[in-house]
Design a protein around this ligand. Structure first.
Ligand SMILES: Cc1cc2nc3c(=O)[nH]c(=O)nc-3n(C[C@H](O)[C@H](O)[C@H](O)COP(=O)(O)OP(=O)(O)OC[C@H]3O[C@@H](n4cnc5c(N)ncnc54)[C@H](O)[C@@H]3O)c2cc1C
Length: 431
């Protein structure tokens, strides 16, 4: 049986970070990755005539852990196109206006939410700092907006904006998570919008992931599905689907929360970890890329979460055509590769666009993620976060799902990978 100081399960950004940190400290490290590629929920692929991101895309200097990786590996960023026109659906029809006119519809509620976020999450990297968090944590984003006495149009637009942020229906979207995002942007929601969709990596997320992998001495084994992690007298034994067994003093498990229950842990995980995985995250949506005929001037579309797509925006031009990126809240109703369905949903904003082709990856149907970007439901912060971050004997946990700061982002994955690597290194030093 091969033996390592540390086995890391998953080669997304959390796993790659931990692998680099530990291997550069002289630890022997194996990374076991189920897919035939690294990067996890980031995936730069050639589609529709150019390089596109199927998963995580936008990065920002406001995200400290991501930015430090960008600096370290000399990556470059480029802006997404900014639009002078916004189309929004309210009262059952499409409205057209300037970004300022659109912002006027969300300003009142967003200012309030951003201010409240500073009260509840004054230090965003200590999300559980306030002992009375349960006062807000049981509420959804919808509950919050319902109390603000918004006009019908304001309510619909706000719901659409947050449904896009959550990649899921607003009614299951935890208010505390929305506040944590605002707090991470220092209570400035305009900056939050810039940080979450303003700039992308010029060479793609795959370039950053590859640089991190190349900087590590870890033994990265692709197409290796972990099925079991058992505690032993000397540490752990990790079992894979093809029957291989590896011994490790410590394990770092970076699985997305929604697939944590796909591994047989011995002894079984504590009840809170099991319950969190069974409850699932709020995100259940899709991201799709749409190639439309001709060059389309920049615009942004928002729709309430009862629409199949809640957000759309042109991102690139290719050979005289335009490639739009769009998000929806229910992947079980609309697959990102369903050309007819996506074209139908796009017509809510515009019926003048000819859809040439669509592409995407259904992360909800993907057995190694079953979620898109991790977003908490009402109550999950106070019920589960602390328990999810706890090691289970020699098994440690990392991943964007359980990050403190920019949870749900690449930044959260890197943050959690650093933390887990630090814990494991300290434990190995002692032993
Ligand atoms: C559509 C979409 C859009 C997003 N947009 C953004 C964005 O614009 N900006 C941003 O910062 N973030 C974005 N994100 C979120 C970001 O991509 C993730 O939060 C981050 O990449 C998660 O990294 P991770 O390492 O925690 O998890 P993952 O990347 O999911 O890594 C976990 C790894 O574990 C592997 N695995 C699972 N099961 C097993 C098993 N049994 N055995 C072995 N390996 C296993 C998986 O294959 C995966 O590689 C987006 C995500 C999606 C899906």
């Amino acid at each position: 049986m091969d033996s390592y100081d540390v086995v890391i399960v998953g080669a997304g950004f959390a796993g790659l970070t931990a692998a680099r940190e530990l291997s550069l400290r002289g630890r022997s490290v194996a990374v076991l990755e189920a897919r035939d590629r690294i990067g996890g929920r980031t995936w730069t692929d050639e589609r529709l005539g150019r390089r596109l991101e199927m998963g995580g895309t936008w990065v920002h200097w406001l995200q400290p852990h991501t930015w430090s990786e960008i600096t370290r590996y000399e990556q470059h960023i480029e802006p997404s196109p900014s639009s002078t026109t916004v189309l929004w659906i309210a009262d059952g029809r499409a409205h057209r206006g300037s970004p300022e006119e659109f912002d006027a519809l969300i300003e009142r509620s967003m200012d309030r939410l951003a201010a409240d976020s500073r009260t509840w999450f004054e230090r965003p990297y200590e999300p559980l700092r306030r002992p009375d968090l349960d006062q807000i944590d049981h509420q959804s984003v919808t509950d919050y907006f319902d109390r603000l006495e918004l006009t019908a149009a304001e309510r619909e637009v706000n719901i659409g904006v947050w449904a896009e942020h959550f990649n899921g229906p607003a009614v299951v979207s935890g208010l505390s998570q929305a506040m944590r995002w605002c707090a991470a942007a220092s209570g400035n929601w305009r900056l939050l919008h810039e940080a979450t969709s303003g700039y992308r990596l010029t060479a793609g997320t795959a370039s950053l992931a590859a640089a991190m992998a190349a900087d590590s001495n870890a033994d990265i084994r692709l197409s290796t599905v972990v099925t079991g992690i058992a505690r032993t007298d000397s540490g752990t034994t990790v079992t894979t689907a093809n029957g291989t067994r590896l011994a490790a003093k410590r394990v770092i498990c970076t699985l997305p929360l929604n697939v944590l229950d796909s591994i047989d842990f011995q002894p079984a995980l504590p009840a809170a970890k099991q319950a969190a995985s069974a409850e699932r995250t709020a995100s259940q949506g899709l991201k799709t890329w749409i190639r439309v005929r001709g060059e389309v001037p920049a615009f942004t579309g928002y729709a309430p979460d009862d629409h199949d797509l809640t957000f759309v925006r042109p991102e690139y031009t290719v050979d005289g055509d335009t490639i739009l990126v769009a998000f929806g809240t229910r992947a079980h109703d609309l697959d990102p590769t369903d050309k007819a369905g996506v074209a139908r949903a796009l017509r809510a904003w515009r019926d003048d666009l000819e859809v040439v082709d669509v592409t995407g990856h259904n992360w909800m149907a993907d057995e190694f993620s079953r979620e898109t970007w991790p977003m908490q439901r009402p109550g999950q912060l106070t019920k589960y976060l602390a328990a999810l971050q706890q090691p289970h004997g020699p098994i440690h946990f990392a991943g964007s799902d359980i990050a403190n700061g920019w949870a749900g982002f690449i930044d959260g994955a890197v943050e959690s990978g650093l933390r887990a690597a630090g814990q494991v290194n300290a434990a190995l030093r002692v032993s």
